[in-house]
Design a protein around this ligand. Structure first.
Ligand SMILES: [Zn+2]
Length: 57
């Protein structure tokens, strides 16, 4: 069934996104990937915290 394949792929994509998107260590809000001075960082839309991807805890 094509629908099953599509759903499994969507579920896997959602799982990967959840795995690779860190939560803010302060407010646990899911962080958003943004570029700061041509440098990719994670930014919390909740409290504004910015985290270098190489400094994930
Ligand atoms: Zn936050």
């Amino acid at each position: 069934m094509i629908d099953d394949v599509a759903r499994q792929r969507a579920e896997r994509a959602a799982r990967d996104a959840a795995k690779w998107t860190p939560n803010c260590s302060s407010c646990l809000h899911p962080m958003t990937a943004v570029e700061l001075d041509c440098h990719p960082v994670w930014r919390c839309e909740g409290c504004g915290t910015e985290v270098d991807p190489g400094q994930r805890e």
